[in-house]
Every structure is written in C-alpha cells, then in structure tokens.
Design a protein around this ligand. Structure first.
Ligand code: PLP
Length: 387
C-alpha cells in the first residue's frame, strides 16, 4: 500500500490541473499586473479572472476580494485592520476560545497594545453559543471574530446566527473560513459576515496564497504600506501564479463539493465506527454530526497523541495530533481544554482529516494498524489500568 495521507486539515497536495494552470504564469504570463503594456495587461487579465472566480463562489463582488499570502495574513488583516480603523469608536473585540493561533495570537497581541478581548467559551462539542456572543457585546465592541469550522475538532459554528446578532447591533463580523472554504458551501449574505478568511493550500491549491473577503462598506487599515495594489489594502506585486492556481483549485473544489462531502461523510462514519468498536477508552471529539465531512478527532486515553502519530508514520499513514509544540514541550490543545477535556486526556488526541482521494481500502488499513499501536503504547504506560 502506498503512503496514506490523512492530514488534509494541515495541507493538501496541489492537483495536476492546478499546477498545469499555474506553469505558464511563471514563463509566459510573467508581467507585472500594474504595468500598462501587453505583458502587464495579460497578467492583469488573469488577476481579474481569478478574482471573479473567488468572488462568485461566495456570492461577493470582485472588488470585495483582497488577495493575501494565506489564511494567517487574511486573519491578521481582518482583525488588526478593523481594530485600528475603528479605534475611535471602541477597543473591544469578541472572539472564541477555540480559534486558530492566526486569530487567537492576533487578539493576544491586540490586548498587549491596549484592546480588550472577550474569549467566548464553547460547549463539550466545541461549539460557541450565539447567546454568549450577544451577552458579551458592549458599547465599545467593534469586531466579532468567530471561526467557521474548527481545525482541531471539526465542529461547525453557528455563523449565521452570530452574524445576525452582529448585524442587528451594527458590529463588524469576521469569520476564519480557512478549514471550510472549498468544503462547505459559503454564501456571505446567508452567513451574514463582513469579512471572511480563505487559504489556497487547504483545497489543493498552492501554498502562500489566500484571500480576504471584505464587505465594501467595512474599513480596514492595511498591514503593509506600499503601492496601491488590491485597492490600497495589500501592497505588493501580485503573486499571479499563486492566485491563478488558487482560483483553479477553487473552481475544482466547488464543482465537486456535494459529491465529495457525501463520500467523505461516509468514510468518516465508517472510520469512527471502526475505531470505537476496536479500541476501548476512546472519546469521539467534536460535534457528532455538524462537523467537517472528512474530519475525525479522538482522544485515546492512556497514550500520547504524538506517539500514535509516529507509530502510524512507521506504517506509512500520516495523521496529526491535537498537541501544539510550544517551547519544545508538547502542550495539550487549547481547543480541547476549552471543551472541558482534562489535560491528560487531551494529550491523547489525534486528528484524521480525509480528502478527495482517500478510499475505504485506506480506512480499512488504518483500522488494521491503529489498534496494535495503541495496545503497545498502553502496555508501556504506567497509567493504563487495563494491564
Ligand atoms: N485558520 C485556520 C482555521 C487554519 O486551520 C489555518 C491553517 O492551519 C490557518 C488559519 C492559517 O492558514 P495559512 O496556513 O494559510 O496561513
């Protein structure tokens, strides 16, 4: 069996069709899109077309798309950009306790420079309650930032309801849709969002490119100052190969979105059933239904998630653990702790994120190799009571 890749929430392989679309942008259409000559115009046309593609799939206007270097920059631009632009109106930001560090650490930075941030808790399934968001609003609140789908446990957040609250109260609403864009259908009007972060490498596009949707009337202060690229909101010569590849990947993802979701959901349920049947003392993490279709997360008691990752890697299977590497020490994920999982149990978390190419045969292989790895690790654990 070839190597099995079950880590699509971390990143994905660039599709051959995407690469093929990108290649001429390095050699033939290499012009600077800001220049008025033919090579410049050719690059500009590609930029326009890509912008149209991204805008149309989320029901936005092309001028509301700002190309960036990826999800992290989009999150930073949205949050710091709004915080700074509306500083005179207020200094309070609401976010959740389960955000990706691209949002969480941006908020922590803003706290250091004088902003107040409220971190909304989540329930045991890793879901924010919109009422808690509403209750946290005060006269100084300028921004709410709650992610669409969580990267660690896959739970989908009630974005529509939170967006409605934000709209009613006249507060700008940002969502980090890095994990969901290309996997879940997104309509910015239905979701009631003003800003939405996207990243190309999570949906079989190239790394180092992404976008921020910004509703026209929303003001943001740019992170980078320079030329008038991206309507003055993101200076720097546009990464045409990356942007063109991103748009192609989006086109493909949207064309197969329903079929892919159905297949991945079936694989997910099959995998979950198999693991829960084969291994004792396992907790299925995240919302059982309302979650990303190919995303599975477990806490396996009496083992370290990282050891399972390494054990599976030896068997040519790539998954990830829920631990974050901080100061050379493995810390349990802040997401799991926020869900009320005890630290020693959170240490045993793993994430299996399947994608378009994965098969039932691969899941069968995974179900065959995982139980002996867990058994061996538990036998070495002084905490395991079942010895
Ligand atoms: N937000 C979420 C939810 C993510 O999962 C990630 C990447 O893992 C990011 C933001 C960062 O995106 P990028 O890698 O494109 O900077």
């Amino acid at each position: 069996m070839d190597r099995i890749y079950f880590d699509h929430s971390a990143t994905t392989q660039v599709l051959p069709e995407v690469l093929e679309t990108m290649l001429p942008c390095f050699t033939k259409f290499y012009g600077n899109a800001s220049e008025p000559h033919t090579p410049g115009n050719e690059a500009f046309e590609l930029l326009l077309k890509s912008r149209d593609t991204i805008a149309s799939v989320i029901n936005a206007k092309p001028e509301e798309i700002i190309f960036t270097s990826g999800g992290t920059e989009s999150d930073n631009l949205a949050i710091k950009g709004v915080a700074e632009a509306y500083k005179k109106k207020g200094n309070h930001i609401i976010t959740s306790s389960i955000e990706h560090p691209a949002v969480g650490n941006t908020c922590k930075y803003l706290e250091k420079v004088g902003y107040d941030v409220t971190y909304i808790p989540v329930d045991k399934n890793g879901v924010v309650n919109p009422k808690d968001v509403e209750n946290a609003i005060n006269s100084k609140t300028t921004l709410i930032s709650i992610m669409h789908a969580n990267n660690v446990v896959g739970s989908i957040q009630p974005i529509e309801e939170i967006g409605e609250i934000a709209k009613k109260r006249g507060i700008i609403f940002h969502t980090d849709a890095v994990q969901s864009f290309g996997t879940l259908k997104i309509d910015i009007e239905k979701l009631n969002v003003d800003l939405l972060s996207m990243s190309s490498h999570k949906l079989h596009g190239p790394k180092g490119v992404g976008a921020l949707y910004k509703r026209k009337r929303v003001k943001i202060t740019p992170l980078m100052h320079g030329g008038e690229h991206e309507r003055g909101k993101r200076a720097g010569t546009e990464n045409i190969p990356g942007i063109v590849g991103f748009a192609k990947a989006v086109e493909i993802a949207i064309s197969e979105i329903d079929e892919k979701a159905k297949k991945l959901k079936e694989l997910r349920e099959y995998l979950v059933k198999g693991v829960l049947e084969e291994i004792d003392d396992v907790i299925y993490l995240g919302h059982p239904e309302n979650r990303l279709p190919g995303h599975v997360s477990f806490a396996i008691k009496y083992v370290e998630g990282e050891s399972i990752v390494l054990g599976l890697d030896n068997k040519r299977v790539a998954i990830s653990s829920g631990s974050a590497c901080a100061s050379m020490k493995l810390e349990p994920s802040h997401v799991l702790l926020a869900m009320g999982i005890a630290p020693e149990i959170a240490q045993g978390s793993i994430r299996i994120s399947m994608g378009r190419g994965n098969t039932e045969e691969e899941v069968n292989y995974f179900l065959e190799v995982l139980p002996p790895i867990v058994k061996r690790l538990r036998e070495m654990s002084p905490l395991y009571p079942g010895k």
